[in-house]
Design a protein around this ligand. Structure first.
Ligand SMILES: Cc1cc2nc3c(=O)[nH]c(=O)nc-3n(C[C@H](O)[C@H](O)[C@H](O)COP(=O)(O)OP(=O)(O)OC[C@H]3O[C@@H](n4cnc5c(N)ncnc54)[C@H](O)[C@@H]3O)c2cc1C
Length: 426
């Protein structure tokens, strides 16, 4: 008789935005329930295609390559490897299942439409060969089943979501890093593609690191460790024009977005630092940021794709003129010094403080009156920390807010127009 824990399985562990060994429930369960695992990462051509909507900038791709290389090294230290494939997951997973006699496939569920479409396609292919795709949730501070309300009743107003969740739910402990793993054996683990291979053309030499940071779990852990020291000097490492007036930039977002750091691990590390060194505004802001991250993700979970609907692009009469202003905005040539500084920083480093993102987005939507979705797509390409729910959710809040009214996550358009020294819009 087979018991759920009987080890007769070979599990394919499909890594996506969860490039870490620590606090990885999917990996821990795969190891516990199998005789051997096959960890796999796909470089999906849709992210690098010239015509692709979901194109990733070279800076983000470099950060991704470093992160995948780091995960591979972690598996190699444990006597195994990471299978690397340059291709569509839905074209390859069923073939791998047959080739390696896989009995089940595990992955972390995503929330945004483009990502869920990929896993739905994979699930369809696997269904035809009667293999299960098991979904895990590992991107948030709170698991959805631990929230004090069902998904459909999650408050749409951020402060209500945070207060109730903080009061009535607990952040679970992290899963331990696996110390031993049995790997499926393979003759060929695949090589890490070069930038030229990914983009299908010669990519000009890029000496610049994304925001001066390197990808991967080890780098992320080191950054977090440095950040939480009482004498930490890495809070404002970016150029003055990118500096947040609050004087605080943790820059954890690129590692959080690829899952090199788990939000739960960051949370517990901050709590431990608070206990040791006492609380401070940096720690409070960091935790607040993690709540915002969860909030946008749960908004996508609650509303699905329609979450982004209902905000009509604010376009004026002369589309050609507007398109020209959009191009100037992208290049940092609007004539507004602050906005231009931020847009140039985005192109050069792939990073902007929250303050910079808010001002640049407010300017596009409420001053240039351009389609916010095009602005969000531009950020999607260039942000090293691009996360579908956080990017599109924040943009939507800015676009939804009208003069004299605050949006649901507290965004106040008048306040930001005042900072930009621009009269409030009627
Ligand atoms: C128009 C716009 C687009 C954005 N696009 C993204 C995106 O693609 N990816 C992304 O991670 N964040 C996005 N944000 C949110 C926020 O600006 C960044 O998370 C933050 O600037 C990252 O810097 P940090 O790590 O120093 O943040 P900290 O202030 O140190 O916060 C800690 C962490 O909390 C999370 N966080 C903080 N603020 C927010 C927020 N408003 N919404 C969601 N999560 C938050 C991030 O994971 C961040 O790393 C966007 C904000 C705006 C206004």
């Amino acid at each position: 008789m087979s018991s759920p824990l009987m080890k007769s399985n070979r599990i394919l562990v499909w890594f996506r935005n969860d490039l870490r060994l620590h606090d990885n429930e999917m990996l821990v369960e795969a190891i516990a329930k199998s005789e051997a695992i096959l960890p796999v990462y796909f470089f999906d051509p849709r992210h690098f295609d010239e015509t692709g909507f979901h194109r990733s900038s070279v800076l983000r791709t470099k950060f991704l390559l470093e992160s995948v290389a780091d995960l591979r090294r972690s598996f190699q230290r444990l006597g195994g490897d990471l299978l690397i494939i340059h291709g569509l997951p839905e074209d390859h997973i069923a073939g791998l299942v047959e080739q390696y006699a896989i009995t089940e496939v595990y992955h972390h569920r995503e929330v945004a439409p483009a990502e869920t479409r990929v896993s739905a396609n994979v699930e369809d292919r696997l269904w035809k060969i009667e293999v299960n795709l098991k979904h895990f949730i590992g991107h948030t501070l709170y698991n959805k089943e631990d929230l004090p309300f069902p998904i459909k009743d999650i408050p749409d107003v951020f402060t209500q979501f945070r207060k109730k969740t903080e009061r009535d739910a607990i952040v679970k402990a992290c899963f331990d890093i696996p110390l031993e793993i049995n790997f499926v054996s393979s003759e060929e683990w695949g090589s890490l593609p070069s930038l030229d291979e990914l983009y299908g053309s010669v990519v000009p030499e890029h000496d610049v690191q994304a925001a001066g940071l390197s990808g991967g779990e080890q780098e992320g852990l080191k950054h977090l460790d440095d950040l939480l020291r009482p004498d930490s000097s890495i809070y404002i490492k970016v150029s003055a024009r990118n500096a947040d007036p609050s004087g605080y930039i943790s820059q954890l977002s690129p590692w959080l977005s690829l899952g090199c750091l788990s939000p739960r691990m960051v949370y517990w590390a901050v709590k431990a630092a608070e206990e040791r060194f006492g609380n401070n505004t940096n720690f409070t802001n960091l935790i607040l940021g993690l709540f915002k991250r969860d909030y946008f993700r749960f908004m996508f979970k609650k509303h699905g794709a329609p979450y982004l609907e209902g905000t009509t692009p604010v376009m004026g009469k002369d589309d050609a003129l507007l398109d020209a202003s959009f191009e100037q905005w992208k290049k940092g040539e609007t004539g507004h010094a602050q906005v231009d500084g931020y847009m140039k920083s985005l192109a050069e480093t792939g990073y902007l403080s929250n303050y910079g993102r808010v001002l640049a987005a407010t300017f596009l939507v409420h001053v240039l009156k351009y389609d916010w979705m095009k602005g969000a797509a531009h950020f999607e390409e260039h942000l090293v920390d691009y996360t579908a729910a956080s990017n599109w959710g924040n943009w939507k809040c800015i676009a939804d807010s009208v003069s004299g009214l605050k949006s649901k996550n507290g965004f106040d358009v008048d306040k930001y127009l005042k900072i930009l020294n621009i009269p409030a819009v009627a």
